[in-house]
Design a protein around this ligand. Structure first.
Ligand code: IMP
Ligand code: MG
Length: 198
């Protein structure tokens, strides 16, 4: 149920069944992932002069990636990719549309380690389509990072190198995650009341 500290956006709060991760809990998770990424790439970047390129999958990862890059203690480049599969439903349509931002050539940079940042992995279709698009590109490595992993509804297996938290099969919103483009501005993550989408 809702905790006192989480009651911040009261106009949206009515639609939330319960808070799954408070701001403080999210902050701890993001710090932990940032440390893992720093550890994984520090020798490659600092000793071997290779590049770390963080690729945010928009729109959902905008809050996560913004906090994450501030905590990664390495020089890095940030790029953006757009993916959408949901339309306005709470189940993946299975068709994933991907658009690459302006520096698409970085995907093909032989010095670049790409870290793809997703808000949440559900069916796995989005990340596997992104990986398919990257096949044959001439970069140093591709790794996958997701703030949340919802394994119950997986249709396509994906190998995540960095994961924030496993969550049950519930539709969650906040901290970048939306339902019909709403709730992305919540500072915490909550389970959306079923009556909102059923
Ligand atoms: P997948 O292709 O089914 O793995 O879905 C990935 C995308 O679906 C994520 O990037 C989210 O945008 C969206 N998504 C999946 N589960 C949720 C949820 O519980 N809340 C909000 N968006 C979700
Ligand atoms: Mg998304």
């Amino acid at each position: 149920m809702l905790k006192e500290n989480d009651v911040k956006k009261s106009s949206l709060l009515n639609d939330i069944y319960s808070v799954l991760f408070s701001e403080e809990e999210i902050d701890k998770i993001v710090c932990r992932i940032a440390n893992e990424i720093t550890e994984a790439f520090k020798e490659k970047v600092l000793k071997n002069n290779e590049k770390l390129v963080i690729i945010a999958i928009l729109n959902g990862s905008f809050q996560f990636v913004s906090d994450l890059v501030k905590k990664i203690d390495l020089p890095l480049q940030v790029e953006f990719m757009f993916a959408s599969s949901y339309g306005n439903a709470t189940k993946s349509s299975g068709e994933v549309e991907i658009k690459v931002g302006k520096n698409a050539d970085v995907l093909d940079d032989p010095d670049a380690h790409l870290v793809i940042i997703e808000d949440i992995v559900d069916s796995g279709n989005t990340l596997s389509k992104i990986l398919k698009n990257l096949k044959g590109k001439n970069n140093k490595s591709v790794s996958l990072c997701a703030l949340f992993d919802k394994p119950d509804r997986r249709e396509t297996a994906v190998d995540l190198q960095f994961v924030g938290a496993r969550i049950p099969d519930e539709f969650i919103v906040g901290y970048g995650l939306d339902y019909c483009e709403k709730y992305r501005n919540l500072p915490y993550v909550g389970i959306l009341k079923r009556e909102i989408y059923e």
